[in-house]
Design a protein around this ligand. Sequence first.
Ligand SMILES: *[C@@H]1O[C@H](CO)[C@@H](O)[C@H](O)[C@H]1NC(C)=O
Ligand SMILES: *[C@@H]1O[C@H](CO)[C@@H](O)[C@H](O)[C@H]1NC(C)=O
Length: 382
Amino acid sequence: MMKPLTLLFLLKASCVSVSAYTPLSNSTLTNSISPLDSFISPLDSSSLLSKILIPRVPGTPGHAAVQSHFLDFVKTQLHPDWVVEWHNSTSVTPATGDKLVPFSNIILRRDPPWVSEGRGDTGRLTLAAHYDSLYKPEGFLGAVDSAVPCAMLMEVLRGVDKGLTRKWEGEGEGKDGLEEEKGVMVLLLDGEEAWVNWGEEDSLYGSRALAETWENTKYENGEHFDGPLQAISLFVLLDLLGAAEPTVPSYFENTHWAYENMARIEGRMRGLGALETKPKRSFLYEAGKKDWFQKGYIQDDHVPFMRRGVDILHIIPTPFPAVWHTMDDDGAHLDVPTIRDWTKIFTAFVAEWMDLEGHMPERKGEARDESTESRYPEKDEL
Ligand SMILES: *[C@@H]1O[C@H](CO)[C@@H](O)[C@H](O)[C@H]1NC(C)=O
Ligand SMILES: *[C@@H]1O[C@H](CO)[C@@H](O)[C@H](O)[C@H]1NC(C)=O
């Protein structure tokens, strides 16, 4: 379809501020945002979390087992339209001498079914967490760092998946192709942790490699976006979540509007009695912040993307949980109601961003067990 150039310019200019959506209704917030109880239980060895909560140092068998767990989850629990991609790289580390350590980011994305890949018409809400664990101390589990954020992201995807299907089935091919499309992407990043001492060369192995690759990847005829980096509408990084009483500031002025949207969801859900915790302060306590944004920021997986101009929402508490980088960062030190509440907040945030009001099925009363039976037929059986 041909488009007048001027219109294209207008659309490009307006892309910056596309955030118009229908807020989720009270009943959607109460009845449709409902993570499965069992997903996060650190005591149940078959839970989504337990399968991640093992030592998973890059290049070790535990690391490979966690990768298969993610892939199994996508295959059995999510719609077949989810695309799984690997981004693999290798690097030396100061702990391993000349040996090249493999780092593998896992990229999951789902776009509207009518858009064709590689054309650059889909902007993606991008949620990220790292799945590797610290090399030392040996046996370190990294529950808040970041097994829990990874498990929450899986549960968020399960929580919006049917809503996406219903919305897109309803809209079908009726789109005029003029607007940019909206998709969802999850990045399970590898090699976030330093092996010896945190520094530019020793940390963020996976995210540095991925941001560089995407910077150099250009779409053939990008309609709205030149490449995958530009197509990230917002990069939401989850880290160090799962301990009680988290306080997450708004770190960046340019994405404070997104922080406010998430904080509004938290406030509304608390008002509706849809959250379990009763913290002294809201998790997202800086919604009213005006201008006292700091110049500094926490070193984390968002940095290689931020340096390349990507908008970042960093969901990491300050102060860090007391268990951070100690052997106590395990299942026993998690606060399960806090984890469920975060999962609800993130699920609602994604559902609202993707404009799923009216499409989210009720989940209350849905079978609560984590059936291992596939919800969807095998991809190649379709
Ligand atoms: C990337 O590495 C993983 C193991 O870490 C492997 O299973 C996968 O096949 C690799 N993918 C590509 C495209 O090289
Ligand atoms: C939604 O719930 C809030 C808080 O309970 C209430 O004040 C508001 O009136 C409700 N909105 C609708 C449309 O029912």
